[in-house]
Design a protein around this ligand. Structure first.
Ligand code: NAD
Length: 450
């Protein structure tokens, strides 16, 4: 099928690559000419496993095209995905102005019927607004005989495994009452449903809410575990034991019950704020979700809180090694990453950060530029040279094994604050380290306290 995609971010680009990979002819547009130039050369603007080769193969095969012209996309695609950003407004609500502007652009250029598929995460009622916007534009052009169909088709990919998630989705939610649109999407997604039916049809409002509900549930599990981990420390228990104990219950399961330094990324915090706003706006405040965000806001500062007592004279002039900048492994995305809250607080305290991340170094440079209190190091272990303490923010695979003796010999204060519970506290203490995780039982190293 001929498909167009507006927006070549994580969602639009990955969706486009997945659709091209199964044989659809896909044209992507973006307002960022630099990104489009890069993509035309098959250079991925984001770091996602498998994306580079998918771009190369599908561009070579002529199934994946890129343009900055909205009119190219409107002409090319009978089906048009809208995958542009929906950032949080000042009041927490999702800003859907980019989505509506794309809908207007499509209606303004279309000369044949088009089906608009909303991939962006949008508040309940947006599909209706997109329809109204497009119809208004068509009427203004004197072409009310052209028809627009609008489908809500939220995306559930996970950054870090985005292409694999799109190629093998758990479910494909399709919100529409339109029979023709239903048939079109069934044909479009047939290659992704070969082993079992994955399409779930519903009304557009329920589809829109399903996306927010999924993220709200995931965030709730994380905040629940974080709060419990903080209590665990007070009680002298061990959250890792508790996690294994409850995760083995099939009604609970192991997913999203890892305690840590707070959830971040471009979705959970933003989507929670938007859902809270929707609920309040409709006179039905969600008390539980309000607490989930409050717990997370607090948890973002836990690493600094754990670090400070080891430096009673303050952190000014201290050199802190930082492992992990991305909000989670296998991505370079630093939007609302815990590392950013930590770095910014450390700078306020007068400390210098020596950081390493396998993928996010250029993103970090783009965000913070060159400054005296930020050193981006070539390797994980380079951050340790003359460092006073080490803090871990992201659970990258190559942080999992470490030589504790080496850490103890390098770190002046022998302090390791681990926001991801990667290590065994006893082993770290045996090497003389002051090792603090999240909800782990504290084992004091032998010898004088720092
Ligand atoms: P992004 O910011 O990475 O990408 C958005 C892209 O849209 C940018 O390249 C921007 O230049 C482009 N754009 C903006 N206005 C445009 C226009 N008028 N025409 C063409 N292009 C335009 O965003 P993202 O992370 O891909 O997220 C997109 C949407 O999907 C958001 O609503 C987000 O909440 C949702 N979502 C994101 C994820 C995720 O993991 N990133 C997962 C599921 C859903």
């Amino acid at each position: 099928m001929d498909v167009s995609v507006f927006g070549t971010g994580y969602v639009g680009l990955i969706q486009a690559a997945a659709l091209a990979d199964v044989g659809h002819r896909v044209l992507c547009v973006d307002i960022d000419p630099g990104k489009i130039r890069q993509l035309q050369q098959a250079v991925p603007p984001i770091s996602e496993p498998g994306l580079g080769s998918a771009l190369e193969e599908n561009i070579k095969a002529g199934r994946l095209l890129f343009s900055t012209q909205a009119s190219d996309a409107v002409e090319h695609g009978e089906l048009i995905f809208i995958a542009v950003g929906t950032p949080a407004d000042e009041d927490g609500s999702a800003d859907i102005s980019h989505v509506l502007s794309v809908a207007r652009q499509i209606a303004n250029a279309m000369e044949a019927n088009r089906t608009l598929i909303i991939k962006s995460t949008v508040p309940v009622g947006t599909a209706d607004k997109v329809m109204a916007c497009a119809e208004e534009e068509l009427a203004r052009r004197g072409k009310p005989y052209l028809s627009v169909r609008v489908v809500s088709n939220p995306e559930f990919l996970k950054e870090g495994s985005a292409l694999a998630d799109c190629m093998r989705p758990d479910r494909i939610i399709i919100g529409t009452a339109d029979e023709e649109a239903r048939a079109q999407l069934t044909e479009l997604y047939a290659p992704f449903c070969r082993n079992r039916e994955k399409l779930m049809f519903m009304d557009s409002r329920s589809a829109e809410l399903t996306k927010y509900a999924a993220n709200a549930m995931l965030a709730t599990r994380i905040s629940f575990m974080n709060e419990l981990a903080n209590l665990t420390e007070q009680l002298g228990a061990d959250i890792e034991a508790v996690r294994r104990g409850i995760g083995s219950d099939p009604r609970i399961g192991y997913h999203f019950i890892y305690p840590g330094c707070g959830f971040g990324g471009s979705c959970l915090p933003k989507d929670l704020r938007a859902l809270l706003h929707t609920a309040e706006h409709n006179g039905m405040p969600l008390r539980l979700l309000r607490s989930v965000t409050e717990v997370n806001d607090d948890q973002r500062h836990i690493l600094l809180r754990k670090l400070k007592p080891y430096f009673p004279a303050g952190l000014a002039g201290k050199k802190i090694a930082l492992w992990g900048l991305a909000f989670k492994p296998n991505t370079d995305d630093m939007r609302e990453a815990p590392s950013r809250y930590l770095m910014e607080s450390l700078w306020q305290e007068g400390a210098t950060v020596h950081a390493f991340d396998p993928e996010s170094m250029s993103e970090c440079r783009r965000l913070y530029g060159y400054r005296d209190d930020l050193h981006l190091c070539a390797t994980r272990d380079d951050t340790l040279e003359d460092a006073d303490a080490l803090v871990i923010c992201t659970e990258w695979k190559n942080f999992r094994v470490v030589d504790f003796e080496m850490l103890a010999s390098k770190l002046r204060a022998k302090v390791v604050i681990d926001g991801r519970n990667l290590y065994n506290p006893q082993q770290a203490a045996d090497a003389g380290l002051h090792y603090r995780g999240i909800g782990l039982r504290h084992v004091m190293p032998e010898g004088p306290a720092v």
